[in-house]
Design a binder for this molecule. Structure first.
Ligand SMILES: [Fe+2]
Ligand SMILES: [Fe+2]
Length: 279
């Protein structure tokens, strides 16, 4: 069966494109008659872009959420309000209060959590499936659930905070999960922000799946946090990894994009708003 992936929301959009860009991420996965959404962006561009690209979001009955940040979950309310039942797959931590707090600017705490509660989604007849472990969520499609943090260089972004038991602590984003799609050419792995780290994520996925044949990696990789050590180690890992395509987008950061283009040449591309590929 063919798999088609279309980027519906991303930070980058072509100059003359009729599509809109925003800081956020959403991808549409189409397989046969089935359609799924991976994230929903901030909510300001999802519908405009979907309509412009001729995509009917009513067909996406299952929504997989990479984590509970506003730029991945902002379009959720509108998607769920579309006619038809919706299944939402999300880690329980996604609904907790989340903030971005820069060091030395603690008074400028920015709310970056989900704008809609679990209760409201349920009142709207959204069916919530809490996923904290590796699980097949549709035929040949898997959500990783919590990803074990096994290396010393993917420590997480210190500016990210979460409210746990009334206390604001560093948010290691336990809710961060990636989507794994089995395709004719090998696994396609979609990252939201990859707050767990792409190396931790890829090691875990290869452990869980019978095949190590990876075709494509795509999405936000948050490589701008954690400094040079992380970049170096991540590049080293990717250089040795056997895969065909790496589509960078969203929170990857231009420094990392430039390095990766130099390192991996034509295998790397920008997965901008409207980008689509079929396997
Ligand atoms: Fe993000
Ligand atoms: Fe994020």
């Amino acid at each position: 069966m063919k798999t088609r992936i279309t980027v519906l929301c991303d930070n980058i959009v072509g100059l003359k494109s009729p599509l809109l860009g925003e800081h956020g991420l959403a991808m549409l996965i189409e397989r046969g008659r089935e359609a799924y959404l991976f994230d929903t962006g901030q909510g300001q561009t999802l519908f405009h872009n979907a309509i412009s690209l001729g995509k009917d979001l009513r067909k996406a009955k299952k929504i997989f959420l990479s984590h509970g940040h506003y730029d991945h979950t902002g379009g959720l309310e509108k998607v769920v309000s579309l006619k038809g039942e919706k299944d939402i797959f999300v880690h329980p931590h996604a609904f907790l209060p989340r903030f971005a707090v820069e060091k030395g600017k603690e008074h400028k705490k920015r709310n970056i959590g989900m704008r809609i509660s679990k209760r409201t989604l349920e009142e709207m007849e959204g069916r919530i499936h809490l996923t904290d472990s590796f699980k097949e969520v549709a035929k040949g499609i898997y959500l990783t659930g919590e990803i074990p943090r096994i290396n010393s260089f993917e420590r997480g972004d210190e500016d990210l905070k979460i409210e746990l038991n009334g206390k604001l602590v560093q948010d290691v984003c336990l809710d961060d999960q990636s989507l794994v799609i089995e395709s004719r050419k090998g696994l396609i792995i979609l990252f939201g922000c990859a707050h767990a780290g792409i190396v931790n994520t890829l090691i875990y996925i290869q452990e869980k799946m019978d095949t190590r044949k990876i075709f494509a990696l795509m999405g936000g990789t948050h490589l701008n946090s954690d400094g040079e050590y992380r970049l170096r180690e991540t590049f080293r890992y990717l250089k040795d990894l056997n895969f065909k395509k790496l589509g960078l987008s969203h929170c990857t950061g231009m420094t990392a994009v430039n390095h990766l283009m130099n390192l991996l040449k034509e295998r790397v591309f920008i997965a901008h708003t409207g980008f689509t590929f079929e396997v």
